[in-house]
Design a protein around this ligand. Structure first.
Ligand code: GAP
Length: 513
């Protein structure tokens, strides 16, 4: 299936099965804002629990907080968001569509990369087992030509972005002959800066309302609380603070479903370390976070690091963990070595001493910070895309199955009476009532058993049990596994022990330790 089709199907599936709905649906939606339905919220909570527990349970030097969305406006001045949290925008005069200039250029770079990849795939097919990718990339004239164009563009782009040279960004778009995908023309306006923060007013206007912002990242809530937590929790450097919460950005180019939203959720962890040790910790956190992703079992080849060549002025290392989405490798998580920039800025702007006193060395210093920052919604999208599968069965039918890792599945077990009579529903309810304290169970008696299995496959339920007349006699039920569709008779009394270990977050956490 073409990757474009996969993506469209995932989006439609999310709506049809109660995972994600457009916000304000009956009013035709609100741009780049989405609601999670009855299945979506369970999957989302499981992703959040997996992250939270991997941070807070598996590390005795990491604790969590939950800070407010509204914060003192000076915080955003100190962090640089008021002055520099901008996107460079450009309009096409014919289609009247607005684009991010940097995104247009990055898409052009991706086009060169696609061309290289196509040449490599063609050659790999032609040469079979004897194909040497590295040698081919170093010697093939077509690949070398595309690489040269890509590298030149990359360099020019990085220089323009570093200097925030808006004229040069426009010139690159013109020189690369980038056209508007709607009008097909190159009739571009100038490039302008646009701040991404939403603002509102706090207090009534008569007593002088204060302009406040909806936080564009959760991280600042951690920075301004770091000393409260350190002192009250008697934490010693190195230590970390984790937080999950909403963030808001007035994204101009909001596309690709829940990939880029205006209201989204982040899971961020700031790790406070001794100055000088930050790059060692940066590398440790890179490996730790990649292992967290890989433990989900979607295949190691689905991930790659994208180390930043262009670093923000306050960072001394940064990388993204990218996931292979149907629309290419895309950032799901950022890992940044942010030096002491944020804490020093807050010290300067608040006028308070927020240095850490190190009892091991008897000195005070501003800790350096490694940040891991992952979007819940992007993670959700990557899980849905990797799990969605259309399978041809032996009988010629097609089934849609969501191969979710069992620990993330919204429903762990469906309990299905074969028929709606003869005491089978009562027996099924009895099983539900026993198991519902251990994991999320779902009861369903409507439609044929085959249809009910299909419905459970489509929402990713790893196990179904069918209660039949024989069950009333011998206390056994048919247990069906989602992926293999294998069925076997098991004792009702054994259900919990067979299923429990495989569906809890602990099963994932154990792979990490
Ligand atoms: N505190 C650092 C920070 O916020 P970021 O790279 O801007 O860094 C971190 O964002 C993560 O948040 C991204 O990797 C992405 O997963 C998620 N994210 C950022 N903007 C988003 C948006 N508009 N919609 C959905 N997720 C977003």
């Amino acid at each position: 299936m073409a990757q474009d089709d996969v993506f469209k199907k995932v989006v439609a599936h999310c709506k049809e099965y109660g995972f994600v709905f457009p916000s304000s649906d009956i009013y035709d939606g609100l741009g780049a804002v989405y609601d999670y339905g009855q299945m979506g919220v369970e999957l989302k909570n499981n992703i959040k629990n997996y992250w939270w527990q991997s941070m807070v349970l598996l590390h005795d030097n990491i604790v969590g907080i939950d800070s407010a969305i509204f914060m003192h406006p000076t915080i955003w001045k100190a962090s640089g968001h008021v002055d520099a949290f901008n996107d460079p925008l450009i309009d096409n005069r014919d289609s009247k569509k607005r684009y991010r200039a940097d995104v247009l250029i990055e898409e052009q770079i991706a086009k060169y990369e696609d061309k290289i990849e196509k040449e490599v795939t063609k050659a790999a097919k032609r040469f079979g087992d004897s194909f040497n990718r590295e040698l081919f990339c170093e010697t093939n004239p077509k690949v070398l030509a595309e690489k040269q164009k890509r590298d030149a563009l990359n360099e020019r782009y990085a220089t323009a972005m570093n200097a925030m040279d808006l004229n040069e960004l426009r010139q690159i778009i013109v020189d690369e002959e980038i056209v508007c995908p709607i009008s097909g023309t190159r009739n571009w306006t100038e490039v302008r800066q646009f701040n991404l923060m939403f603002s509102t007013e706090m207090g009534s206007t008569s007593d002088g309302a204060m302009k406040v912002y909806l936080r564009p990242e959760t991280a600042q809530g951690i920075f301004v609380n770091y000393l409260n937590v350190q002192k009250t929790g008697r934490m010693r450097v190195p230590f970390g603070i984790a937080q999950i919460g909403k963030a808001f950005r007035n994204e101009i180019v909001a596309r690709q479903f829940i990939f880029r939203m205006r209201e989204f959720e982040q899971m961020e962890m700031q790790f406070f370390v001794r100055p000088g040790s930050e790059l060692e910790w940066f590398n440790k956190w890179k490996e730790t976070r990649l292992a967290w992703h890989k433990a989900l079992g979607f295949g190691d080849e689905s991930y790659r690091f994208h180390d930043h060549e262009k670093l923000a002025h306050y960072a001394n290392a940064a990388t993204d963990i990218e996931f292979r989405m149907p629309f290419g490798f895309k950032e799901v998580e950022g890992i940044h070595s942010r030096t002491d920039f944020d804490l020093s800025q807050h010290e300067k702007f608040s006028g308070k001493n927020i240095k850490y006193f190190d009892p091991d060395t008897n000195e005070s210093y501003t800790p350096y910070v490694i940040e891991t920052s992952i979007g819940v919604d992007r993670m959700f999208l990557s899980v849905m895309c990797a799990s969605y599968c259309e399978e041809k069965l032996e009988n010629g039918e097609t089934r849609v199955v969501l191969r979710l890792p069992a620990a993330l599945a919204p429903v762990k077990l469906a309990v299905l009476p074969l028929v709606k009579k003869d005491g089978l529903p009562e027996k099924a309810r009895e099983i539900m009532n026993e198991l519902k304290f251990n994991f999320n169970c779902y009861y369903e008696e409507k439609d044929s058993i085959g249809k009910r299995y299909r419905r459970m496959d489509a929402i990713g339920t790893p196990y179904c049990v069918t209660v039949d007349h024989q069950s009333l006699e011998d206390g056994m039920v048919t247990l069906r596994e989602r992926d293999t569709m294998e069925q076997r008779r098991v004792a009702i009394s054994e259900l919990c022990s067979i299923i429990q270990d495989k569906v809890t977050i602990t099963s994932l956490l154990k792979k990490l330790s």
